[in-house]
Design a binder for this molecule. Structure first.
Ligand SMILES: Nc1ncnc2c1ncn2[C@@H]1O[C@H](COP(=O)(O)OP(=O)(O)OP(=O)(O)O)[C@@H](O)[C@H]1O
Ligand SMILES: [Mg+2]
Length: 315
């Protein structure tokens, strides 16, 4: 059983408009709502892979109901703590000229009593799972070291931990030594205030080794259309991305995280886990919706994945 943690989920609303004019009435067309937030994408992708999943985090209001319905509909169990204010809605307005305007809500402020309630519930859920995945930003009110705190609780109970976030939450989370982190290349660069543009793989491997020296088990760096690198105790592996015409690449990292979590939970070795993550995230580029992919396409892409050993250590 895998537990996903979504502390700041969102409803992603897309709409079209001929042209957007500030200060005027703007009439939207083709309004569509999608369940969003990185942890929710991971939950749905994990279910498609066939994993048993419990989803926890914070939800509230009618938008929270929408998120929970999507979680239940995909076959995962809901164990959310309710907030008084609703889950945020992020509006993407696409104009006829192709420009996209994003109007983002701040999301709820989480009070100390809810953080306490969540932590108690999380502690109980840990007794039912082997792996926990933490995804996305922290809502206002939640301290920057919160993922770190939860990772320590999980490790005490022998539960594997996977962290996918950025900035301060990632920096603080690393201090608790999760089993796997999956920054994208920008998130990795930001961590060390280094520009990784034009760096070769060996340079990036050295950055991942720094993180592993701090006690993180494995580091997977996703590099968009370039591919993905995984460094663990057995060595470093780089896989090229599948060559394709993407429909939507937002959330591909979440599909990769779901695949890595599934493999880790099953005890599949790092190199094979990397192959699957590349195939699953590639299949996700062929869907408009995040957290979705065609399993047949994954099988096809899996045959095309090429992985090179970048460094090799004796086990
Ligand atoms: N254009 C593409 N073609 C093929 N594969 C892609 C493409 N874009 C992404 N991928 C695959 O998806 C993986 C994850 O993508 P990316 O590095 O963009 O993650 P991310 O920035 O964490 O995304 P998000 O946070 O939106 O989920 C890549 O390592 C790659 O394997
Ligand atoms: Mg990401």
């Amino acid at each position: 059983m895998i537990l996903t943690v979504s502390l700041n989920p969102a409803v992603d609303r897309t709409a079209a408009v001929d042209s957007l004019t500030p200060g005027c009435v703007n009439r939207l067309k083709n309004v569509k709502d999608y369940p969003g937030g990185k942890g929710i994408n991971v939950t749905r992708a994990l279910r498609l892979l066939g994993a048993d999943v419990i989803a926890t985090g914070f939800t509230g209001g009618y938008t929270g109901e929408f998120i929970e319905k999507a979680v239940r509909d995909c076959g995962a169990e809901c164990a959310f703590v309710k907030t008084a204010s609703p889950v945020r809605t992020n509006l993407n307005v696409i104009s006829a000229d192709g420009s996209v305007t994003e109007i983002l809500e701040p999301g709820p402020v989480i009070e100390a009593d809810l953080i306490f309630k969540f932590q108690n519930g999380f502690d109980e859920l840990l007794d039912r799972v082997n792996t926990v995945v933490f995804s996305g930003s922290l809502p206002e009110g939640v301290p920057a070291d919160f993922y770190g705190r939860l990772i320590r609780m999980a490790k005490e109970k022998g539960v594997r931990t996977i962290l996918d976030c950025s900035g301060e939450a990632l920096r603080e989370g690393i201090k608790a030594c999760p089993d796997l982190i999956k920054p994208n290349i920008k998130e990795l660069s930001d961590l060390y205030c280094k520009n990784t543009d034009g760096r070769d793989i060996e340079d990036i491997v050295r950055l991942t080794e720094k993180i592993r020296d701090e006690g993180v088990g494995a580091v997977c760096v996703s590099m968009g259309e370039k591919g993905m690198l995984l460094v663990d105790e057995t060595g470093g592996y780089f896989g090229e991305a599948i060559k394709l015409e993407p429909k939507n690449t937002v959330g591909c990292g979440d599909a990769a995280v779901a695949s890595l979590a599934y493999s880790f939970d099953k005890g599949i070795p790092g190199e094979d886990a990397l192959r699957s993550a590349i195939a699953v995230s590639a299949a996700n580029t062929q869907e408009i919706e995040s957290g979705k992919f065609c399993t047949q396409l994954v099988a096809e892409y899996l045959k095309l994945v090429k992985v090179n050993h970048t460094i090799h250590k004796e086990v």
